[in-house]
Write a protein that binds this ligand. Structure first.
Ligand SMILES: *Cc1c(COP(=O)(O)O)cnc(C)c1O
Length: 333
């Protein structure tokens, strides 16, 4: 059994929609399915604007570009998927890695503070939602208030997580979401940016379409990061089934946790969830503390027909192309 299997249900309703789109001849370029999906998702999330793009990576790259940050550095956790740092580099920023909190595994505000004190050209801090658990976005925003620096959330893992601030924390300048097949709201491939700033939203819509303004003149270099009609229809179909998908995921996580407690007590650590947060069940990550090495655990799982793998590994700050990064003890542990 693969660790993650796409939850897209090819029912008659979806197949008929896909056929309609192909027969209509209007298969991409701001079509009605994209417009409808963006509106429905914005409403479900409780925000004014949701902008569909080609991937979560494109959401983060275009989001950073739309903020007009200029050259400089971006602070991000090393403990994240490689797409986070690739987006930083694509947006023309130099990555600086920070450590994570040992309990929640999200960006350490203390470590961010150290990097802000070390460099005077940090333009953005990218907080990553880790396995469905958001970073301390309110505290980070306060920390950045005095600096000329934007807070951005890589919310690729965060769709459907409930927090006291709602489904979309208001503090970051924008959130970048992924609709990849392995994420909670799948559109096969795809991404979304949400922002409360209408100018940033307009800028992202321009950038995703080769940099073209409504009068078809480009005012800067752009990018093709469109979401086509087929994927917008699949994303909308997934959205209509999202509440059910979330309760199934949460039930699976609860069941796996019960089995871990019963069979592996004392040999693992689970991620701490901050007060008032209800994660979406994106992943159940286990920090293995047993004497058997992780490869042996993965092999034993495979014998039971279950695929396990290291996730967010190896840590990004040790990669050959990011040399000279400080050591990050919690991430390395
Ligand atoms: C999946 C993911 C992304 C990128 O999303 P894509 O849609 O695959 O480009 C970015 N950040 C994190 C943390 C992710 O897990």
């Amino acid at each position: 059994m693969p660790a993650i299997r796409s939850q897209i249900e090819p029912d008659a309703e979806l197949m008929a929609q896909l056929e309609d789109i192909l027969r209509s001849g209007h298969v991409t370029n701001d079509g009605p399915r994209l417009v409808g999906f963006e509106a429905a998702l914005a409403e479900w999330l409780g925000v004014t604007d949701a902008i569909g793009v080609g991937s979560g990576s494109a959401a983060l790259t275009l989001g950073l570009a739309a903020l007009g940050l200029g050259p400089g550095r971006a602070v991000l956790p090393s403990f994240t998927y490689i797409a986070t740092v690739n987006a930083v580099v694509s947006a023309g920023l130099t990555p600086v890695f920070a450590d994570i909190d040992p309990e929640t595994w999200t960006l350490s505000t203390e470590s961010v503070g150290e990097q802000l004190a070390r460099y005077d050209d940090v333009r953005a801090v990218i907080a990553v939602n880790t396995y469905g658990v958001p970073a301390e976005l309110g505290t980070l925003a306060e920390q950045l208030a005095a600096a000329d620096c934007k807070l951005v959330s890589d919310s690729a893992h965060g769709m459907g997580t409930e927090a006291p601030e709602g489904r979309v924390h208001p503090a970051p300048a924008l959130h970048a979401w992924s609709l990849h097949a392995t994420k909670v709201l799948p559109a096969v491939e795809g991404g979304v940016v949400t922002t409360r700033d209408p100018e940033v939203a307009t800028e992202i819509r321009r950038l995703r379409r080769h940099g073209l303004a409504p009068d078809l003149r480009a005012s800067s270099p752009g990018f093709n990061a469109r979401m086509d009609e087929l994927r917008a229809a699949i994303g909308h179909h997934s959205l209509q089934r999202l509440d059910g998908a979330l309760s199934r995921r949460r039930a699976y996580v609860a069941r796996l946790r019960r089995h871990l407690e019963a069979n592996c007590s004392g040999r693992y650590q689970l991620q701490a969830v901050p007060e008032g947060v209800r994660p979406n069940g994106q992943n159940l990550a286990v920090l293995w503390r047993g004497s058997a090495d992780v490869d042996a655990v993965i092999a034993a799982l495979a014998d039971e027909g279950v695929q396990g793998h290291r996730y967010f590994w190896p840590a990004l700050h040790g990669l050959d192309h990011f040399q000279g990064q400080p050591s990050l003890p919690v991430t390395e542990d």
